[in-house]
Every structure is written in structure tokens, then in C-alpha cells.
Design a protein around this ligand. Structure first.
Ligand SMILES: [Mg+2]
Length: 292
């Protein structure tokens, strides 16, 4: 995580106008007016076994667990593991993340052209979903990219997630594939050329400048895809990035290059096959989320 943040920071610092999102949030809503989840009640129970309320959850996350709130630090690892699902399910964010208002479709300055195939659409995040990249020197890596950003050249060490190429082969037979990344184009496009040298897997590549930047977060508004969202799925390690379209999102555990036995991509394939038969993938995904 540290490395990724370092990468992001360096990319942002070095990027100047080319790297920072060109499109300011079209909503124009500041944090104070944002629609932060309204259903958060401090006494609301997030998980039942053990019973942990929103307030306790926040305390545990902030490292302030104590006997006064039941001494539930014991469960912190379990809660950490489930954090993305909990955030997604309950709209609970323990830091400063607030949700900007989603722009109207009519106000979008960028939209993909109409879909030419009758396939469902699978939107894939890049960093920590398909690969892990770092600006720090790595002993083990799969590719070393030389990425120019705002006149500076950076070495980017890339580690492919296990099963990556098999996964791409499998899903590209089933779906229209779109990569939607909050990373800058000069880095991501170079990497995607390596993942798809024949340009037969990714139908579209969408980069940071199509995201809505809100503070240090980049939100992926699926409306820019110009697709039928009842037939569109996004796979991302950050539920925040698809917050406008939670029912379209499948959360995948983040990959940080240090787990050779990682099989998250492999595990996804049966679910993605199953969703092809769903009349509305959002109902299937919501049902799955409710049962987690
Ligand atoms: Mg990611």
C-alpha cells in the first residue's frame, strides 16, 4: 500500500497539468454540501458476530479501541479484512471521504461511442486489480516500464497478478472489455500495450481524465461508458471508485505483488460466467452483497 501511495503521489507530483485530471468535478459540490451517507447511525450494527456498531468500528479503525467500547480490538483483523465490503454495504467511511453529487448525463463532456457488440460489458480496474506497480526498486518484477511524465522519466516496476493472462483470455471471449483506470494515460496505456499487444482484448481504455476527482479520490462514473448498466459489471479493488454504481460493482481484494498464491482473478471467472445469464446484473450483485 505504501508503495502504491508513493507511486500515486509521485505520479501526481510529477504530472503537472498532463497528469492531474483535466476535468474538474462537474458537480462543483464541495465537501460540506456533499451527500454523505445519511443512513449512518452511530448505534447501527455493522456486523453481528461479533456485534460491532458504527461507532465502535470507527474507534477500532482509528486505533482507539479500549475497554470502554468492549475491547474489541481482538476482532480488528477480521474487520479490516471485511472493510471494503462493509463500506460498500453500509455507506460507512471512516475518513474524510464524502460523496459528491453524480453529474447529469447531459453534463458529461466525455462518453464512449455506442457499443457495437451485443455482449455484456466488463469494466476492469488496473492497479491492484490486474497488476501492482511501484516506483521503488523491486527485486522481483515482471516488467520495467520507462514512463515519461511531464518531461521526467520514471522507472515503474510492474508485477502481474497471478492468473492475469488466463483471466483476460477467458473473459475476453465472454464480454466487451473496458479498462477504466484512475491512473494517468502515459503510464497505463504503455502497460496495457504489454497486456494486450495484439489489441484484441481491451475494446476501450479510459484513464484518469475521465474520472471525477474528489480530493484524493477518483470516482469512476459508469455513465461515461454509454452502456446498458443492467448488462455492465465493474471489477475494482476500491469500492469508492464505483460508488455511484454500487450494484454494478464486484469488489476484488487488492493485489500488492507479494502473494504468489493469489487466486482472486481465477475465482472471479465462474461468477462472471454466471452473470451473463442475469436479466439485470445489478440485481444479482445486490443480492450477493446482501448475503455477504
Ligand atoms: Mg485499483
Amino acid at each position: 500500500m505504501l508503495q502504491y501511495r508513493s507511486l500515486k503521489k509521485k505520479l501526481e507530483e510529477s504530472g503537472g497539468s498532463n497528469c492531474v485530471a483535466k476535468q474538474e468535478p462537474t458537480c462543483g459540490v464541495e465537501c460540506g454540501n456533499a451527500t454523505q451517507a445519511e443512513d449512518i447511525k452511530e448505534g447501527k450494527t455493522l456486523v453481528t458476530s461479533p456485534a460491532i456498531t458504527v461507532n465502535e468500528f470507527k474507534l477500532i479503525r482509528s486505533g482507539e479501541d479500549s475497554p470502554e467500547n468492549g475491547g474489541k480490538t481482538y476482532f480488528v483483523q477480521e474487520i479490516q479484512r471485511r472493510l471494503p465490503r462493509i463500506e460498500k454495504k453500509h455507506n460507512v467511511f471512516t475518513d474524510d471521504f464524502k460523496i459528491p453529487v453524480k453529474p447529469d448525463v447531459a453534463d458529461l463532456t466525455f462518453r464512449l461511442p455506442d457499443c457495437k457488440s451485443d455482449r455484456h460489458t466488463l469494466v476492469l480496474d488496473l492497479d491492484e486489480t490486474l497488476v501492482h506497480s511501484s516506483l521503488e526498486i523491486q527485486k522481483q518484477y515482471d516488467r520495467l516500464l520507462h514512463v515519461e511524465m511531464d518531461g521526467n522519466l520514471f522507472d515503474v516496476y510492474v508485477k502481474f497478478r497471478p492468473y492475469l493472462f488466463q483471466f483476460l483470455q477467458e473473459v475476453s471471449k465472454l464480454y466487451e472489455i473496458i479498462v477504466f483506470t484512475s491512473s494517468i494515460e502515459s503510464y497505463a496505456d504503455k502497460l496495457l500495450d504489454i497486456l494486450d499487444p495484439e489489441k484484441c482484448i481491451f475494446h476501450h481504455r479510459i484513464f484518469r481524465d475521465a474520472c471525477i476527482q474528489h480530493g484524493r479520490y477518483f470516482i469512476k462514473n459508469l455513465d461515461v461508458l454509454n452502456r446498458d448498466l443492467s448488462r455492465t459489471i465493474i471489477v475494482d479493488d476500491s469500492p469508492r471508485s464505483y460508488f455511484y454504481h454500487k450494484s454494478n460493482g464486484i469488489h476484488i481484494k487488492g493485489y500488492f505483488g507479494d502473494s504468489p498464491s493469489d487466486n482472486e482473478l481465477e475465482k472471479l471467472v465462474p461468477l462472471l460466467r454466471h452473470l451473463l445469464s442475469a436479466k439485470d446484473v445489478r440485481l444479482e450483485i445486490s443480492t450477493k452483497l446482501d448475503s455477504d
